[in-house]
Structure formats: structure tokens, C-alpha cells
Write a protein that binds this ligand. Structure first.
Ligand SMILES: Cc1cc2nc3c(=O)[nH]c(=O)nc-3n(C[C@H](O)[C@H](O)[C@H](O)COP(=O)(O)OP(=O)(O)OC[C@H]3O[C@@H](n4cnc5c(N)ncnc54)[C@H](O)[C@@H]3O)c2cc1C
Length: 395
């Protein structure tokens, strides 16, 4: 499997507001069309509008023309037809965790088709799973495991939605072993922009099937996917090797060793990331090499040893074995059942840089990056996450 490194840099910034933009008559016609189609909708004048239209990332605040909550694939199609007939932009919202509020349309005046009422999950006799796109990752993991000990690769946050996660990638610490979330899709059902409903798979509308696995928001609203699943590993070792405060030159050498390890000896059963941050004082950095090994303790020791022999003794070490669901709870930091936890929010700016395996970061680039993090980084709330074979997806 090809590997890449990615840097995701999160910086806290302030929020900003945008004004609403949809002509009065278009809004009235849209309301009327949605009502005639029997769709439950929330309008700007509705009492629940402000919370329904709140973005996960509070830097973004858009004003949708309306939000609809279809309970069937046909109802999704009816909503899309209403918007299409009035030239109102449409945006699907699955888990609402887009970094830049694209689930709200990424602009004012969109019709948001909220999929949260499409939550069916069927485990099929051939161990595939048919999952509607209103589901969140935590609930999918729970249902798969509780119905036959099955699992699939995906990101760590239980609240992220199936629709957005698959629509543009979906990386988890188990992705070096099983692939991205989108690699698991066997077929899909899609509502196109003219409101027609089609099936997509390698043998039916294959070009659409190719396109939705990476750019779904540009091609339609996927209402359900059929997925491959895997037997959940019984031994999941969550580890971290941390340096609370280390000179930036040492941090650079740790990172170089991490990168070489990624290229040469890390097995697919090892998901690992480097978390880098300012340690508060100029020239001092926090570094943590952390992840999951899927297998036995002795296999883990053999797998991690080539890295440990190349880095200084960590200031903190933790190695704990979990069952599958407990490992997901540890990684996600919350319950997997999202119906019992209120949606969180955050305020951040994120930027990603991909580093291909054939052209890893040079030592000059590593030193320059660490110099920046150890100096300018001390005056801002900056964290860098570097993951083997990673992708944080956005349209
Ligand atoms: C706290 C947090 C943790 C994360 N962790 C990871 C991680 O570990 N790994 C990783 O790879 N990514 C991660 N992400 C990124 C996440 O996968 C993407 O932001 C993803 O797009 C969110 O999906 P969503 O359904 O929750 O978001 P939404 O805002 O609902 O949707 C995101 C985009 O997909 C479109 N969309 C949603 N549903 C559909 C559909 N059914 N058909 C077509 N288009 C659709 C929306 O219109 C929007 O453009 C994380 C994000 C957050 C906020």
C-alpha cells in the first residue's frame, strides 16, 4: 500500500458572519414546493433555525434558505427537484462535521438536505453492510460489532457522518491495514441533480461510482452505500511515546526517524501519527508518536522496535491493549453512541500538506518547519498532526 505523510495544522481563529442571500419570492416558492411535497422543513423564521443551521466549526456561519429532513430516498429526490426548479443550490448534510461548513452549502441561501433521519443499517448474509448516509461513524462501529463482531476502517471521531466521510476519503489508524473508508464501498444509491435516483457500482453507472468515491458532493446525494466489512481484531494496542518538552533539534531528529520508519519498516498493522506542538518556551517542542497496533504484544514489540532504537528515551510511555470497541472509544474520546451525546463544536483553521512516499520531507524542510513551530509557533495555538498514509477529506 502506498504511503504518504500529511501535516494538518490547526490554528484557532475568530469566527465571522455572513449575511443571508435569497430573493423573497424564491424563498416563498421553495417553502411552498417543500410543503406540497410533504417535507419537514426548518425556515429562517422557524424557532429552531439558529441551532439547526449552526456549523461545527464556529468560524463559519451561513444562512441556508431552508433545511429539510427527508425520511426516504424519494423524499430526498423531491427536495432536490424543488430546489432545482428554482435554481437554489442544494447541499447534503450527513454528520455536519465539514471543516468549512460545506454541509450548510459553504455559502448563504442553500437548501440543506439533512440526512439524519436516514439511519438504517442492514448486515447482509454475506457480511457486507448496507448503511444509509445519515449514520455517524460511532453508531456504525457499534452496530457492526454488536452484530457479528465486524468492523471497517474509518476516522476516529464518532460524530463524523458516513456521507461526508466516504464522499471525500475517510482515513483511520486502521487504514494502512484495510484502506480508506471509501475503499470499502461496493455500490451506492444516488439522487442526481435532476432528482432521478440511480444505482452506482462497478457494473452500473461505473463512472458515477468512481466519481462519488472522492468527490460525492459534486455529483449527487448518496442515500446509502453497501460496504465490505472485516472481522474486528481482538487485540488493539494503543501506544504513545511522548516528549513533553524537547529542544527543536532533537524533535527534528525524532521526526526524521519517524519518517524513515514509515518508509522502510512500519507494517500495515501499525497505524501511527506524530503530534507536534510548541512546548510553550522558544525552541522547545512537544512531540508524541502515538497510534494503534492491531495484533499481539510480541508482534507489536517487533514492529515498533526499529523506531524505538532510533529515538531518545521518551519522557512518557503508554502501551495498553484494548478490545475493538474500547479502542475506538479511547481514540474518539467519547461514547460511540452519538444519540446520547450532544454534537460538539470547535473553532479552528486547518491546512493539509501531502508528502508523497517518493519525495519525503528533506532534512532542510524538517528543520525549517520545526524552527517555525518552535519560534513563531509559541505565540499561537498551533498543533501539527503527521500521519502515515493519511487524508483529511473535504470537497
Ligand atoms: C472532529 C473531527 C474529526 C475528524 N477526524 C477525521 C479522521 O480521523 N479521518 C478523516 O479522514 N477525516 C476526519 N475528519 C474530517 C471528516 O471526515 C470530513 O470533514 C467529513 O467530510 C465530514 O463528514 P460529515 O458527513 O460529518 O460532514 P457534512 O458537513 O455533513 O458533509 C461534508 C461534505 O460532504 C457532503 N455530503 C455529506 N453527505 C453527503 C451525501 N450523502 N452525499 C453527497 N455528499 C454528501 C456535504 O454536502 C459536504 O460537502 C474529522 C472532522 C472533524 C470535525
Amino acid at each position: 500500500m502506498k504511503q504518504s505523510l500529511i501535516l494538518t495544522i490547526l490554528v484557532t481563529l475568530t469566527s465571522f458572519q455572513r449575511a443571508s442571500a435569497i430573493p423573497f419570492q424564491v424563498r416563498a416558492d421553495l417553502d411552498s414546493c417543500l410543503n406540497s411535497a410533504g417535507l419537514t422543513s426548518i425556515y429562517p423564521s422557524s424557532s429552531g433555525y439558529a441551532s439547526a443551521a449552526q456549523a461545527y466549526n464556529l468560524r463559519f456561519q451561513y444562512s441556508p434558505a431552508a433545511l429539510v429532513y427527508p425520511t426516504s430516498e424519494n423524499a430526498v429526490a423531491a427536495a432536490v427537484k424543488c430546489a432545482g426548479s428554482l435554481n437554489v443550490p442544494v447541499s447534503a448534510r450527513s454528520g455536519g462535521h465539514s471543516y468549512a461548513a460545506y454541509g450548510l452549502g459553504g455559502q448563504d441561501g442553500a437548501l440543506v438536505v439533512d440526512l439524519s433521519k436516514l439511519k438504517a443499517i442492514t448486515i447482509n448474509s454475506d457480511q457486507t453492510a448496507t448503511i444509509q448516509t445519515g449514520n455517524r461513524l460511532g453508531d456504525v462501529a457499534l452496530t457492526l460489532y454488536n452484530n457479528g463482531g465486524r468492523a471497517m476502517p474509518h476516522g476516529t471521531s464518532p460524530e463524523v457522518g458516513v456521507g461526508g466521510h466516504l464522499g471525500c476519503g475517510g482515513f483511520g489508524l486502521d487504514s494502512r491495514m484495510w484502506g480508506l473508508f471509501l475503499d470499502q464501498a461496493l455500490s451506492a444509491r444516488v439522487v442526481l441533480s435532476n432528482g432521478t435516483i440511480v444505482a452506482a457500482s462497478p457494473s452500473e453507472n461505473s463512472d458515477l461510482f468512481w466519481a462519488i468515491r472522492g468527490a460525492a458532493p459534486s455529483f449527487g446525494i448518496v442515500t446509502e452505500y453497501k460496504f465490505k466489512t472485516y472481522p474486528a481484531p481482538s487485540s488493539n494496542i494503543i501506544f504513545s511515546y511522548s516528549y513533553w518538552s524537547t529542544p527543536q533539534a532533537t524533535a527534528s531528529s525524532i521526526f526524521s526517524a519517524f519518517q524513515t520508519f514509515a518508509q522502510t519498516s512500519a507494517p500495515p498493522t501499525l497505524g501511527i501519527q506524530a503530534i507536534l506542538a510548541s512546548a510553550g518556551a522558544p525552541g522547545q517542542l512537544y512531540v508524541s508518536l502515538t497510534g494503534v497496533f492491531y495484533g499481539t504484544k510480541s508482534d507489536f514489540n517487533n514492529a515498533i522496535n526499529p523506531l524505538l532504537t532510533k529515538i531518545p528515551k521518551p519522557q512518557g510511555t503508554s502501551v495498553v491493549t484494548y478490545g475493538w470497541l474500547d479502542s475506538l472509544v479511547q481514540l474518539g474520546g467519547q461514547s460511540l453512541n452519538t444519540s446520547t451525546t450532544p454534537d460538539g463544536t470547535d473553532t479552528f483553521f486547518a491546512k493539509s500538506l501531502m508528502v508523497p512516499q517518493e519525495a519525503p520531507m528533506t532534512s532542510a524542510a524538517i528543520q525549517s518547519f520545526f524552527n517555525y513551530l518552535g519560534n513563531q509557533g509559541t505565540s499561537s495555538d498551533t498543533v501539527s498532526l503527521t500521519t502515515l498514509y493519511s487524508m483529511h477529506c473535504e470537497p
